[in-house]
Design a protein. Structure first.
Length: 576
């Protein structure tokens, strides 16, 4: 309705413009007044010259009949007035002066009439001389008449040519106006189509996001149901075996929620362009094998055979964390959507430049017309996959990570037969001596852990308590506080080996606590920090690692090991 209304307004506006231009051009070119201006004066100068010739003949007859001198003088004055009209240079006589000889002829006639006038004013005019002068004027008058005829024809010819040229200009103007109108209409149509396309895309995106939110709610409720049910069973049971089974269910449900939250956080980072790539040297074989084993443990199926090709035990240089995410997503998808048959993972390095990983499954496959949507976020294909668990963002995350790693991804699928996905990532080949210490020995001994004194700072009492108990269960010596101000006071008095602080806290944030501690002398002015946050973002302090909640003890151990190793290495360098 609104679109038609605006189009009508635009159409009426241009019709009005064209009408006004046409009226203007008509008034300036085609109207009667304009035609007079083009054709010249409507006073017939040829007729004026003809009347002069008639008056001249009458004058000639009068002097031959010896008419009274006063009558002759009066007639001469009339002749003079006629000559002055056609002799005066003006807009009306301009065409006459364009004719060759006109000026000479009219000047000669004027001079002879002046001679006659002088003779008539004498006391005794010589009539013979007056007759002679008049006789000499007659052929000049005939020539003047002929020149006037030529001038009139030339003027009308020029007027016609000018009119034809003006008419061409008018048609050209009308053509240009019509062309501009057509072009503008085309532009408006294209704009409307683009607007409609954007509106459709926006509606589709909103619909997909709404559907996605529905899936999120469903998945989270499913996991929460498992957690709540397990807690109820444990609370109302004294059977240790039952408690163990329910704890396993709790762990499975919590793990599922953790993976889903990580997917959401990862997609948010990809969507905002905040993907950080941290490359290092690592062995590719154990990474791939561990991923496959983890996925098999989560999505184990009796009728599915999982095989891995013989992977070369080589060291490559790329982002191991991002590669892990990509391969884990692709492998878990292959296992989820394969009910019977096999899943095969192949890994090889091509020309020492490209890490090529292929995942093949004999699952249900993807329709060809759906392949172009497979990497789009918030889109779940309208087939049996919609019944599968998950948010449907795995491949969107994979696509974003592959682009960040400057690699490529290729997918082939046959409905009912299976799917094959191949990724290629640029890598460098290294040797074992390039492996980091954490790669070679990524663990802390029980004795080392028992000597590490940690301060946990989190304004959320439940989060602070849970992290504290988690660290204590692994042997760390832990103190905790929910107040960042009290934490700062404690840190200014008492030394700690590590500070594990929440990032978003009231009054004093984690990075502000770090800055305050580093800016003054204290036992902890160089104590390592670890930030913990529920927001998956980059650390505000580049030298401080950031862990995203919920955190696993394995992540904490690995990060602590890395920080302690770095600190010890710096101390050794200072001693040397």
């Amino acid at each position: 309705m609104k679109r038609g209304y605006y189009l009508s307004l635009v159409g009426m506006f241009f019709v009005l413009i064209v009408s006004l231009v046409t009226i203007f051009k008509y008034n300036s070119i085609l109207s009667e007044k304009s035609l007079y201006a083009i054709a010249g004066t409507q006073e017939n100068y040829a007729w004026s010259i003809a009347k002069f010739s008639i008056q001249l003949n009458e004058f000639y007859a009068m002097i031959n009949n010896e008419t009274d001198i006063d009558t002759i003088r009066l007639k001469l004055d009339i002749l003079h007035s006629r000559v002055n009209i056609i002799r005066r240079e003006s807009e009306s006589t301009k065409p006459l002066y364009k004719q060759a000889g006109y000026k000479e002829n009219i000047d000669a006639i004027y001079n002879r009439l002046s001679n006659i006038h002088d003779e008539l004013n004498k006391p005794s005019p010589d009539i013979k001389k007056i007759v002679f002068e008049t006789h000499e004027i007659r052929p000049l008058a005939i020539t003047l008449t002929n020149l006037a005829d030529h001038a009139e024809v030339a003027q009308r010819t020029d007027a016609l040519i000018d009119f034809m040229e003006k008419r061409k200009q008018l048609w050209l103007l009308l053509f240009i106006t019509a062309s501009l109108l057509i072009i503008l209409c085309v532009i408006i149509i294209i704009y409307i189509k683009k607007t409609n396309k954007l509106l459709f895309s926006e509606r589709t995106a909103i619909a997909n996001k709404n559907a996605f939110l529905g899936v999120v709610v469903h998945e989270l409720r499913t996991s929460l149901q498992a957690i709540i049910s397990a807690i109820d069973v444990i609370t109302n049971s004294n059977n240790k075996m039952v408690e163990k089974n329910q704890l396993q269910r709790l762990e499975t449900a919590a793990g599922k929620m953790e993976r889903q939250m990580k997917d959401l956080a990862e997609f948010a980072k990809i969507d905002n362009g905040y993907i950080d790539i941290n490359k290092s040297f690592f062995k590719i074989k154990p990474v791939i094998e561990n991923i496959v084993l983890d996925c098999m443990a989560i999505y184990s199926k009796k009728g599915v055979e999982v095989t891995v090709s013989d992977i070369k035990d080589i060291v490559v240089y790329t982002d191991s964390v991002r590669l892990n995410q990509v391969v884990e997503n692709l492998t878990s998808n292959a296992l989820k959507y394969t009910q019977r048959g096999k899943v095969h993972i192949d890994c090889d390095v091509i020309r020492d430049k490209w890490l090529c990983i292929s995942i093949f499954d004999t699952g249900q496959g993807i329709p060809k017309d759906k392949l172009k949507f497979i990497f789009k976020p918030f889109v779940r294909l309208s087939n049996d996959r919609s019944n599968m668990p998950g948010f449907g963002m795995g491949l969107a995350i994979v696509n974003g990570l592959i682009k960040a790693l400057k690699g490529s991804i290729h997918i082939e699928s046959v409905l009912g037969e299976g799917t094959s996905i191949t990724i290629k990532i640029p890598v460098e080949i290294g040797t074992e001596d390039l492996l980091t210490s954490s790669e070679l020995n990524n663990y802390l001994s029980t004795e080392e852990i028992s000597k590490i004194h940690v301060l946990v700072v989190d304004d959320n009492d439940m989060a602070c308590s849970s992290i504290t108990h988690l660290l204590e269960s692994y042997g760390y010596v832990v103190e905790s506080t929910t107040s960042p101000e009290r934490a700062l006071q404690k840190l200014l008095r008492k030394p700690f080996d590590l500070i594990l602080s929440d990032l978003q806290m009231p009054v004093l944030t984690g990075d502000e606590l770090f800055t305050a501690l580093r800016s003054q002398a204290s036992p902890n002015s160089s104590t390592p920090f670890i930030f913990v946050s529920a927001f998956a973002d980059l650390s505000p302090v580049p030298e401080v690692p950031l862990l995203t909640k919920p955190v696993r003890i394995s992540e904490i151990n690995a990060t602590i090991h890395k920080l302690i190793s770095t600190k010890n290495s710096d101390l050794d360098n200072k001693i040397v």
